[in-house]
Design a protein around this ligand. Structure first.
Ligand code: ZN
Length: 328
């Protein structure tokens, strides 16, 4: 089975288009598995795509929808017909994408009710109505309960695709009714080779290092070199600050975080946690039993802080706490 992925000139693309149709790097086995289900007609009525943020889950979902809708290359998706293009741009009348509204950190029951009303209609031109709920862990409780009704009434014309990096935050009632597809984070070498293949270009070393497998993040950084530079500077400061004595950490952290807005702090926090994860894994492999407990305790704290981070009004304070309590 040949996977059809457009060869794109990255330098000529605008940001919106990149998010809509960038080439998928990695996930070959997952795509093959899904295409086989399309080909054999053994499609589930609900899928849950689980895996790290920005590694390509939504792109694979769109590829899956293309394969289901495409008339030119049925069961595969030609990638270039009007239907495939509409799916890639997420404007196909039978594809309904739900994400948290702009500026909101959750998906409301109203959004789910609206979706359900649309799903009761006959598909406009495709064989199915497909709902794609991205960041499904952000469904408010009443919204998740409402969605459960749709899951409990499977129909041969409706398919739900839920996407999340943290499936454990979804109610078990939703998990048990969905076919869970676990996405593997693309490996460093696969990313490097992928970029050579599609764009004939190599990536900056630090970009691959800080991506931690997030191909979507790399696309974002290539489009925003200033943002990338600020992350490089921030990570440099992070690795410096955690080895300093406590009184110096207080001063440096105040200086680094000064005048940074909520969104920037969010980006920094994510980056710091990815770094922390790798550092901790390394530390757990290297050191004695007593120290391992310290690392585990710190990691537990970091996890708690990160789960509060989305909602808290004082992100600066949480970030400081993590730096100050980092075990030497
Ligand atoms: Zn097509």
């Amino acid at each position: 089975m040949k996977l059809v992925i457009n060869r794109l000139d990255f330098s000529k693309m605008d940001t919106n288009k990149i998010h809509a149709v960038f080439p998928i790097i990695g996930h070959e086995k997952t795509i093959q598995l899904l295409l086989r289900e399309v080909e054999t007609g053994s499609i589930s009525h609900a899928y849950l795509f689980a895996g790290r943020d920005q590694i390509g889950k939504r792109q694979v979902a769109l590829k899956f929808v293309q394969a289901l809708f495409c008339v030119q290359a049925p069961h595969i998706g030609c990638g270039v017909c009007p239907s495939c293009e509409q799916v890639a741009k997420q404007v196909h009348p039978d594809l309904h994408v739900v994400t948290p509204e702009e500026g909101k950190t959750s998906i409301s029951i109203d959004a789910i009710r609206k979706l359900q009303a649309t799903l009761t209609l006959t598909p406009y031109s495709a064989p199915y109505s497909i709902a794609l709920i991205d960041s499904a862990h952000l469904l408010q409780k009443p919204a998740a309960n409402a969605l459960l009704k749709t899951l409990e009434e499977p129909s041969s014309k409706k398919i739900l695709i839920l996407i999340t990096p943290v499936p454990q935050r979804l109610p078990t009632t939703i998990l048990s009714r969905s076919r869970i597809i676990r996405f593997i984070t693309p490996k460093r070498d696969d990313i490097l080779q992928g970029f050579y293949r599609y764009f004939d270009r190599s990536l900056p070393e630090k970009m691959v290092q800080y991506a931690h497998g997030r191909v979507g993040w790399i696309y974002q950084m290539l489009e925003n070199p200033d943002e990338f530079q600020s992350i490089v500077d921030f990570m440099q400061q992070c690795t410096t600050i955690v080895v300093k004595p406590l009184h110096e950490r207080v001063l440096i952290s105040k200086k680094i975080l000064e005048k940074k807005d909520r969104d920037v702090l969010g980006i920094y926090m994510t980056q710091f946690l990815y770094w922390l994860r790798e550092e901790s894994l390394q530390a757990l492999g290297d050191i004695g039993r007593g120290d391992k407990h310290m690392v585990v305790r710190y990691l537990q704290k970091a996890l708690l802080v990160s789960s509060d981070f989305v909602y808290t009004t004082n992100r600066r304070m949480l970030m400081e706490q993590l730096w100050l309590s980092y075990p030497k």
